[in-house]
Ligand binder design. Structure first.
Ligand code: 3HC
Length: 297
């Protein structure tokens, strides 16, 4: 159910995360404007949303009518002008400070002072992003998880400057999307990546040190701890480049070895073996069917 006095949402970026966020906003009843830099860049995200709605309709998660209504509420655009009525903005553009600051600054000039700004960043400082706008008290972190339409969690992060009422409004907004919000502060990695990233990096170290094979490390954690995916499968799913980038930022922040990317991860990223999206990572996805573990030498 949408929040009573909230109607128009803007989602910046229609990549893996942005498309999922736009999808859940439209599903929840919000008029959702999703921005990309070109029609070409909008296409894969919109295709993923439609595929997801088809799946949900086929499984009875949504009725065909609910899926069609959500579709009507989704407004793709390449123009900032179409976002001017947005009351809540969620940024999910590339994980780069300069790119995020630029788009926030452009919107800050165009949108009314009451609009709330949120970033889906997983590792950059919310405070630093907020400081590039004239509304740091109306700025929060809103961190979704991949795949957004299925994962229940949203981390809601406040900075020292965030207005308490705005923070609570962001928590209520996350809940209105059918998600379970958890409250956190502007600490690099928030709650989940603070704990998840060292675990994923340790799995790579265990592989490097010959503790077990790719399959055995994954099976160990899946069957021994009840995790839905083994850590190396999860790394392929999240993206080795993404994890490497987040780990580097966390290492710079905390200067602790547990956040330092292991050499094997770096070399796989250098080789372009970034996981599922690249066709290979710890597993080979190029043949289709059951992915096979790679021979990493
Ligand atoms: N929309 C609709 N359906 C989808 C979908 C989507 N976007 N994505 C996947 N599905 C479907 C699958 O195709 C599958 O359909 P099927 O049954 O018809 O084949 C169905 O959902 C369920 O998939 P599975 O049978 O593989 O079942 P699982 O129970 O394993 O669920 C999962 C899949 C939810 C992805 C589960 O494996 C999981 O929870 N994995 C861990 C994911 C995780 O940890 N994510 C967080 C990553 S960290 C992060 O995002 C933070 C960032 O900052 C790094």
């Amino acid at each position: 159910m949408p929040e009573p006095d909230l109607k128009e949402i803007a989602v910046l970026g229609c990549g893996l995360m942005g498309s999922g966020i736009a999808q859940v906003c439209a599903q929840a009843g919000y008029e959702t404007h999703v921005l990309e830099t070109s029609e070409e860049r909008l296409k894969p995200g919109l295709a993923a949303i439609h595929k997801s709605w088809e799946k949900f309709a086929a499984k009875g998660v949504l009725t065909a009518e609910q899926a069609a209504a959500a579709q009507r509420r989704l407004h793709p655009t390449t123009s900032l002008r179409d976002l001017e009525k947005a009351q809540f903005v969620i940024e999910a553009v590339v994980e780069n400070l300069a790119a995020k600051r630029e788009v926030f600054q452009q919107l800050d000039e165009r949108l009314p002072p009451a609009a709330i700004f949120a970033s889906n960043t997983s590792s950059l400082s919310i405070t630093e992003l907020a400081a590039s706008t004239r509304r740091p008290e109306r700025f929060v972190g809103l961190h979704f998880f991949n795949p957004v339409p299925l994962m229940k969690l949203v981390e809601v992060a406040r900075t020292v400057a965030t207005d308490q009422a705005v923070f609570e409004r962001a928590v209520a907004f996350a809940r209105s999307l059918g998600k379970t919000p958890v409250r956190t502060g502007d600490r690099t990695g928030f709650i989940v990546n603070r704990l998840l990233v060292p675990y994923l990096l340790d799995a790579v170290r265990a592989l490097e040190e010959g503790v077990g094979s790719i399959v055995d490390i994954d099976q160990g954690m899946k069957l021994g701890c009840g995790y839905p995916m083994g850590p190396l499968t999860l790394l392929d799913f999240v993206g080795l480049d993404t994890t490497y980038y987040i780990a580097e930022i966390m290492f710079q922040e905390f200067r602790e070895r547990r956040f330092a990317p292991p050499p094997l991860l770096k070399r796989m990223v250098l080789a372009g073996w970034n996981g599922k999206k690249a066709g290979r990572g710890f597993y080979d996805y190029r043949q289709g069917g059951e992915p096979q573990p790679m021979n990493l030498g």
